[in-house]
Design a protein around this ligand. Structure first.
Ligand code: E4P
Length: 218
């Protein structure tokens, strides 16, 4: 499974990239607003830090305007993935931008039918938002399971990768991995939680105390 980080904070991206665990980055208009940075400038900087795909989202609502914006974003760097919303206009733009040879991430997916359409439109990635489904009392992971089943039934759909988004906890990442999702895009705080276990800390503390008693060094 690939790990993307879901942020436009360059400091966090640099820190996580240094771990060697990062395969890509996703941003959205809310994350860009939170960064307080110029959109084009920050995407360009992120693309230099992380060689993997960096999702940059269009702001237009109509297909032709999405295509214009998507091509501008694609020109920033070879590793930009243009992010398009799951609307009929977004799907039309997805077809054209994919045919340009640019990677497309179709975002705001909340149903298996939407995911099927994105694959038919040639998307490289489909982003189902599991946390936002959980927030309204549904089960986001059921959506991942359904999409996995559908995509596996039709290998000739084109290999759209399931990019699990709106992740809130390490449990989401583990469940996504068990279901065979291709990618998780994870907030920095949750990536840091993934490594933590109290028994690891306790065990390490015991080992270090006993090691000190030996008086040795390596
Ligand atoms: C995905 O690409 C989105 O940026 C993101 O995962 C949305 O998550 P949220 O529901 O926490 O805003």
């Amino acid at each position: 499974m690939k790990f993307f980080v879901d942020t436009a904070d360059v400091g966090d991206i640099r820190e996580l990239a240094a771990t060697g665990l990062l395969d890509g980055v996703t941003t959205n208009p809310s994350l860009i607003a939170k960064s307080g940075r110029d959109f084009i400038e920050v995407i360009s900087e992120i693309c230099e830090i992380v060689p993997g795909p960096v999702s940059a989202e269009v702001a237009a609502m109509e297909a032709d305007a999405m295509i214009v914006e998507g091509r501008k974003l694609a020109a920033i760097a070879d590793n930009v993935a243009v992010k398009l919303p799951l609307t009929m206009d977004g799907l039309k733009a997805c077809r054209t931008i994919s045919e340009d040879g640019t990677s497309v991430n179709v975002t705001l997916c909340f149903s298996p039918a939407q995911a099927l359409l994105a694959a038919k439109a040639g998307a490289d990635y489909i982003s189902p938002f599991v946390g936002r489904l959980d927030d309204i009392g549904q089960n986001g992971m059921h959506l991942i399971d359904d999409i996995r089943t559908i995509y596996d039934n039709y290998p000739d759909l084109g290999g759209t990768q399931i990019l699990v988004a709106s992740i809130r906890s390490p449990a989401h990442v583990v469940e996504a991995a068990k279901l065979g999702a291709d990618v998780c895009t994870i907030p920095p705080s949750v990536i840091k939680q993934l490594v933590q276990h109290p028994l690891t800390d306790k065990g390490l503390d015991g080992f270090m105390k006993d090691w000190a008693k030996t008086g040795q060094s390596i």
